[in-house]
Design a protein around this ligand. Structure first.
Ligand code: ATP
Length: 254
């Protein structure tokens, strides 16, 4: 442990640099913080460093032969750099990877049940938690016996999020939940995220290229460009910025 974060702070990332294969710079200088109960958007174009930042937080950088070479990450006051992803998952960090990773040959419900394995729940508690997820995602209930691989992209994204929530996380990292989905489904997913946040206090860090929908639902946002945070403000302020697209695409001169 290298120090304490303020009590209200759930996550504090300071000046991290992430290097792939000992040579390729994934992110150069990212600092951000999340308070409990916030939805924070991490915005940026392709390759800006959003996924790398999320992987640094969940520890999954190791799976890509990368490491946090500089800076610090404190979660619930404790330095977590170098802690294995399975241990971080037990501590309450859940990472929903880009691209809707579900077990295609398992049914929707079997996929959801894998989310409960981390906690040794009684059968009754498991069933209760499953019903709660079905209440948030009614589409999943109607498809509970369908092989996940046969469901739509939107349903698979909901399934990946639902499964993550079944770990009862303290922090949910969502990597591009809107990717490849129709706007109406994206809205539906973000409405559910906002509802979970409002009613259950679930904290989300959402990496997105889709500025519009993320800033409609997030409280604050950070904009990444070429591995650096170039702007951070409340969602309301970011929505007002007319130059956001330019900054976001790295077009602003300074
Ligand atoms: P995208 O939306 O395309 O995922 P992103 O903002 O999430 O973009 P990252 O995937 O984090 O960006 O990529 C940041 C930088 O790290 C890019 O230059 C990318 O080429 C590099 N990078 C990402 N993954 C790897 C990897 N496995 N090996 C080497 N370099 C990588």
């Amino acid at each position: 442990m290298t120090g304490q974060s303020p009590p209200s702070s759930l996550l504090e990332v300071k000046g991290i640099e992430v290097v792939y294969d000992g040579a390729i710079l994934g992110v150069a200088d990212v600092s951000l913080r999340l308070g409990r109960g916030e939805i924070v958007a991490l915005l940026g174009a392709n390759g800006a460093g959003k996924s790398t930042t999320l992987k640094a937080i969940s520890g999954l950088v190791v799976a890509d032969r990368a490491l946090v070479a500089r800076g610090s990450i404190h979660f619930e006051g404790e330095d977590i750099v170098g802690i294995a992803p399975n241990l971080l998952a037990q501590r309450g960090i859940v990472h929903v990877l880009e691209g809707r990773h579900v077990f295609g040959h398992l049914t929707v419900e079997e996929n959801l049940r894998t989310g409960t394995f981390l906690r040794r729940l009684s059968r009754r508690d498991t069933e209760r938690d499953l019903e709660e997820i079905y209440a948030w995602f009614p589409r999943l209930k109607t498809k509970r016996r369908t092989a996940a691989g046969l469901t739509s992209g939107g349903e698979q994204q909901m399934l990946a999020i639902g499964r993550a929530l079944l770990t009862r996380p303290h922090l949910v990292l969502l990597d591009e939940p809107s990717m490849g989905l129709a706007p109406i489904i994206v809205d539906e997913i973000f409405e559910i995220i906002a509802g979970l946040n409002r009613e259950k206090g679930t904290t989300f860090l959402v990496a997105e290229q889709n500025i519009g929908v993320s800033l409609r639902h997030a409280h604050r946002g950070y904009v990444l460009d070429s591995g650096k945070v170039v702007l951070s403000a409340s969602a309301a302020e970011l929505r007002q910025r007319e130059d956001l697209h330019e900054i976001y695409l790295g077009l602003a001169s300074a």
